[in-house]
Design a protein around this ligand. Structure first.
Ligand SMILES: Cc1cc2nc3c(=O)[nH]c(=O)nc-3n(C[C@H](O)[C@H](O)[C@H](O)COP(=O)(O)OP(=O)(O)OC[C@H]3O[C@@H](n4cnc5c(N)ncnc54)[C@H](O)[C@@H]3O)c2cc1C
Length: 436
């Protein structure tokens, strides 16, 4: 049986690892992972790549090496089409930075297909957003933002040294969900470390971060208590938090609000909402919801096609909440992780001639980290199955442990322990920030 997994992200790479270990290594199935990138970076860390707290060159996982270690194959490729009648996926031609073709347009056959291609930012068609904003959907985009940030800091430091004391670096972030909030705090940390590493004319008030949110409060998915606490901490850091402010259009150097106010900025980041890639809505015979997510049944099989599963941000999976209301499983790393486990078990069951089992989503809570300053969140479950608000060091530890859990799913205990150790060593021997 040939199992093709498209997308090696939070869910897809965990799935490929599990299936590689269970079915690939012993030759019971041919497990093939296809991703448009050669390396994996856990997406919730992209804002740290953007600020420079995380060096993508060091912290990424090479798909090829990982595939070699865990019994699956890897191919570089970008999915553009699925012919579910012929059981074939279409992959776009790949080009290098100079436009030279690396691989031509190809197709790949499958017996079982898993779509795990994640999501992209949703600019809701706001005029000028696509042209003038930086998005944090991929490691390349996060690194592009980082390079621009570094160059802006260098220029600002020179201007301030030359006596232009009025100069500022102005960053506007649209969307005060977890990504916008976490990125705001990360930028202040980056400012601190750049000052430490020689750009010492830049003081805290030379960085102006405007966090612009259409809704009435930051972190709308979290409780009002956490939202208020986060807003207070952000304001203390120096972030200008502007709630109930809808963006009407984006210009090259400014956001223009619905009230026609202009918020000038040197760098503009769009972090408001996500949707699955648009081409999913054009796949013949497959149904999507308003966020372009492929509709799946309770076992995570794509409706309208045989032999296709979908998981993570690109899957539209409906659940019934405690209040009896139908809602979609939220696009989060924990959902992708839980879905990957269910799909892995279902594929293994299918291989054994057993019926697949239904997916049950368990909300484990949410955590938001304001860089090294503080963290907030709500943990669900535990002994009494209730929820627990956490803050400060405990919340920060819980936040870091989420990434460790992902590493555990990929590398097992021993390697995760070694990786954690090497992270501690790097903490001492490397600069605290990527400086170029
Ligand atoms: C900055 C940021 C911070 C976040 N923080 C949190 C957090 O704190 N907690 C939380 O739970 N969630 C967080 N999220 C959301 C979380 O990252 C996603 O919900 C999660 O990564 C979804 O997993 P996935 O496997 O569905 O997709 P992804 O992890 O996005 O992986 C998709 C993979 O598919 C590949 N791919 C995409 N398109 C194609 C194609 N056409 N062909 C081939 N390959 C393709 C990509 O290269 C990628 O490897 C955050 C997201 C961002 C952007």
């Amino acid at each position: 049986m040939k199992i093709v997994i498209i997308g090696g992200g939070a869910g897809g790479l965990e799935l490929a690892t599990k299936l590689g270990k269970k079915l690939g290594r012993n030759g019971r199935a041919d497990v093939l992972l296809i991703d448009r990138n050669p390396v994996h970076i856990w997406k919730p860390l992209l804002h740290e790549v953007a600020s420079g707290s995380l060096n993508a060159d060091i912290d990424s996982v090479s798909y090829r090496a990982h595939a070699h270690n865990y019994g699956f194959r890897f191919k570089l490729g970008c999915l553009v089409g699925v012919d579910h009648q012929r059981k074939v996926v279409e992959l776009e031609a790949l080009h290098d930075e100079d436009g030279e073709e690396i691989l031509p347009r190809r197709s790949e056959s499958y017996d079982l297909l898993v779509l795990a291609i994640g999501s992209v930012s949703n600019d809701f068609g706001v005029e000028g957003a696509a042209e003038n904003c930086i998005f944090l959907d991929s490691p390349q985009q996060a690194e592009r933002f980082h390079k621009r940030l570094v160059n802006r800091f260098i220029r600002l430091n020179r201007d301030l040294r030359q006596g232009h004391s009025e100069r500022r670096l102005r960053v506007a972030i649209v969307g005060a969900g977890a990504t916008g909030v976490e990125l705001s705090a990360e930028l202040f940390k980056a400012r601190e470390w750049f000052a430490t590493y020689g750009l010492n004319h830049i003081r805290s008030d030379h960085l102006q971060v405007s966090l612009v949110e259409a809704g009435p409060r930051v972190l709308p998915a979290l409780s009002e208590r956490i939202s208020n606490a986060a807003r207070e901490e952000l304001t203390k850091l120096g972030v200008e938090v502007r709630t109930s402010t809808a963006v009407a259009r984006v210009e090259a150097d400014a956001l223009v609000t619905k009230e026609d106010e202009s918020i000038e900025a040197d760098l503009i980041v769009w972090a408001a909402g996500v949707k699955a890639p648009d081409f999913l809505a054009r796949l013949e015979g497959l149904e999507v919801n308003r966020a372009n997510q492929l509709l799946v049944d309770d076992c995570l099989r794509v409706k309208g096609a045989e032999g296709i599963y979908a998981l993570g941000d690109c899957a539209g999976c409906q659940i019934t909440g405690d209040d009896g209301q139908e809602r979609w499983v939220p696009p989060r790393a924990q959902s992708a992780h839980q879905m990957a486990s269910r799909v892995a078990d279902n594929i293994i069951r299918q291989h054994q001639g057993l019926q697949p089992q239904a997916f049950v989503y368990r909300d484990r809570g949410s955590l938001v980290s304001l860089s090294h300053y503080t963290a907030f969140g709500r943990l669900m479950g535990g002994l009494n199955q209730g929820s627990l608000n956490v803050e400060g060091r405990i919340a920060r530890m819980a936040y870091v442990s989420l990434y460790r859990m992902h590493q555990l799913a990929l590398h097992g205990w021993l390697r995760t322990l070694l990786v954690t150790l090497s992270d501690r060593i790097n903490h001492f021997i490397r600069p605290r920030l990527k400086l170029h």
